[in-house]
Design a protein around this ligand. Structure first.
Ligand code: GLU
Length: 469
C-alpha cells in the first residue's frame, strides 16, 4: 500500500509556523516511505478564507522546500461539497445519523447548564430532513474508540462520553469534521499527521470512518507549539507567520532545521544539521508528545550561525532582496541608482559575521549608499562631547594628508591623532564613526572608510564639524 499523507491548512490567516512544522513532518514522512504528499486547502469557511492566504501558504511552502509541482494538489475542499453532502446522506439513510431540531436553549432547559454536549433527545424521534434541522451522528452507547497514534500510542476514548455530534448544519452544509474525513477517504490518505489541537476531534472522526465503512488512517498528533510562557502560540500575541520570518531575513535552511527541532532532536548533541541528514534521521515515532517551545531567541542565534556558514558569494546573493527591496520586502532607504554592488561586495564579509537576520544588513551598510548618512541623534549626542570638534579638525587634516587611503593607514593615523590628545583609539573613533555612518556601532570603521573613499569621508567629517560650531 502506498503511503499517502496530506497537509490540510485552512487559508484563514498568515501561514503559522506550527503549520509549517507539520507540513515538513508530513513531507519527510512521505519521502521516507516512498509515499505521496497531498496538499489540500480547506477553504469551506467562506467567511474566513481569502485567496491571498492560500497564495501565502503556497509560496511559504515553496520557500521552505515544499515546492509547487513536487506534490499532489493543491486540491480545494470547497470543490468537494457534493461528496460531503452525499456522505451525510449515506449516514442518514444507513441509520447512523438522525435529524434534530433542538436549539441550544432547548437542550439546556432539559438538562441544566452543567450538561456538556447534546442529550440525545431526537435520537428516536424519526424526524425527517427539514430547514433548520441539523444532522447528528449516532455515537455508539458502549465500547471504546482506540486511536492508533504514532506519537501518542493508543489514546482511548469511551464512546458513551462522546456526544451525538453534528455532521451537517440546519442549512444542510456538512461541518469540518465530516468534510475532512470524506476528503481524506477519497484522497486515499493512509496517515494523518497533524497538530495535537485536533486530537479531541479524532475519536469522532474515526467513528465516521468506521460508519462509512473504510479502514481509518494511522494518526500522528504532533505537539502543540508554545511560547516562553507555555501558552499556545497565537497570531494575536506572538510572531507566528512564516512569511514574517522570511521577510525579516531568516534563511529557509535555518528555519526548516529549527522547525524540525520542535518535538524532535537528531542523534548526539547536534542541532544544526544539514537538511538531507534530517530527512534521513527524522522519525515520526520519536516525536515527543509534550508541548514544543518555539524559542525565537534561539532561532535567531541559529540563523546567525547559518548566515556565517554561507560562502560569501551566497551571502551577497542572499542579501539582495533587502538591498533592492524585492517582492514583499520593504525598499531600503537609498535609491536604486545609489546602490553600488562592488562597494557592497567589499564590506559583505565584515557584515556577514555581525548580523543574525538578513534585514539587519540595511542599517549596517546604508552609510555607503546614501548621499548623507542617517544620523542617529542619540548617538550623535553621545559621541560629540567636549573635544569632539578638536578631534575632528585633527582627523580631517591628517586624513587629507594621507598618501594611501587604506584601512591600515587610516587606523594608524587616527590612533596617532587620538594619542596626541591622550585618547585611546576607541574614544578617538567615536566622533569619526558617528560623523561618517550616523551610528555608534557598525562595521569595522577603517575598512568602512576605505570603501567609502576619501572624498565622501572627508565631506562627512567636514559637515559634522560645521554642525559642531
Ligand atoms: N484544516 C485544519 C486546520 O488547518 C486541518 C485539519 C487536519 O489536519 O486534519 O487546522
Amino acid at each position: 500500500m502506498t503511503v499517502r499523507v496530506r497537509f490540510a491548512p485552512s487559508p484563514t490567516g498568515m501561514f503559522h509556523v506550527g503549520g509549517a512544522r507539520s507540513a515538513l513532518q508530513n513531507w519527510i514522512f512521505a519521502k521516507q516511505q516512498g509515499g505521496v504528499f497531498v496538499l489540500r486547502i480547506e477553504d469551506t469557511d467562506a467567511a474566513r478564507n481569502r485567496p491571498e492566504w492560500t497564495e501565502g501558504i503556497l509560496s511559504a511552502l515553496d520557500w521552505i522546500g515544499i515546492a509547487r509541482g513536487s506534490y499532489e494538489g493543491p486540491y480545494f475542499q470547497s470543490s468537494y461539497a457534493g461528496e460531503h453532502r452525499a456522505a451525510a446522506q449515506r449516514l442518514y439513510e444507513g441509520g447512523r445519523a438522525y435529524y434534530c431540531d433542538c436549539t441550544r436553549d432547548d437542550v439546556q432547559a432539559r438538562t441544566g447548564p452543567q450538561q456538556r454536549g447534546y442529550d440525545g433527545f431526537c435520537r428516536d424521534r424519526g424526524l425527517e430532513p427539514g430547514e433548520g434541522r441539523a444532522l447528528r451522528f449516532r455515537t455508539p452507547d458502549a465500547g471504546e474508540t482506540v486511536v492508533v497514534d504514532l506519537v501518542r500510542g493508543e489514546p482511548t476514548f469511551e464512546n458513551k462520553l462522546i456526544e451525538d455530534f453534528v455532521i451537517a448544519r440546519g442549512d444542510g452544509s456538512p461541518v469540518f469534521l465530516l468534510a475532512n474525513v470524506v476528503d481524506d477517504m477519497s484522497m486515499g490518505i493512509t496517515h494523518v499527521i497533524r497538530a495535537e489541537e485536533h486530537l479531541p476531534n479524532t475519536p469522532k472522526q474515526q467513528l465516521l470512518w468506521d460508519a462509512l465503512g473504510v479502514k481509518p488512517p494511522v494518526w500522528a498528533h504532533v505537539p502543540v507549539v508554545v511560547n516562553e510562557k507555555r501558552q499556545k502560540l497565537s497570531k494575536r500575541r506572538d510572531k507566528v507567520a512564516l512569511e514574517a520570518y522570511r521577510d525579516e531575513g531568516y534563511l529557509a535552511d535555518a528555519m526548516r532545521n529549527y522547525l524540525m527541532l520542535l518535538g524532535w532532536a537528531p542523534s548526539g548533541d547536534r542541532e544544526i544539521v544539514p537538511w538531507p541528514v534530517i530527512e534521513e534521521e527524522f522519525r515520526l515515532d520519536e516525536v515527543n508528545p509534550s508541548p514544543a517551545f518555539f524559542d525565537e531567541k534561539k532561532l535567531r542565534a541559529f540563523n546567525g550561525d547559518y548566515i556565517r556558514a554561507l560562502p560569501v558569494a551566497d551571502f551577497v546573493e542572499a542579501c539582495r532582496p533587502w538591498l533592492t527591496g524585492t517582492g514583499t520586502i520593504a525598499p531600503p532607504p537609498w535609491r536604486p541608482d545609489e546602490f553600488d554592488p562592488a562597494a557592497f561586495a567589499a564590506v559583505a564579509p565584515l557584515a556577514q559575521t555581525r548580523i543574525a537576520v538578513l534585514s539587519e544588513i540595511v542599517p549596517n551598510v546604508d552609510f555607503l549608499f546614501l548621499a548623507d548618512p542617517l544620523i542617529d541623534e542619540a548617538a550623535w549626542a553621545k559621541a560629540m562631547k567636549e573635544g569632539a570638534a578638536d578631534l575632528l579638525d585633527a582627523a580631517i587634516a591628517a586624513f587629507e594628508a594621507l598618501e594611501s587611503w587604506d584601512a591600515e593607514s587610516l587606523k594608524a593615523t587616527l590612533e596617532a591623532v587620538g594619542a596626541e590628545r591622550g585618547l585611546k583609539l576607541g574614544k578617538a573613533q567615536a566622533p569619526v564613526r558617528v560623523a561618517v555612518t550616523g551610528r555608534t556601532v557598525g562595521l569595522p570603521l577603517f575598512e568602512s572608510l576605505e570603501v567609502l573613499g576619501r572624498d565622501r569621508t572627508l565631506t562627512r567629517l567636514r559637515a559634522a564639524r560645521v554642525r559642531l560650531v
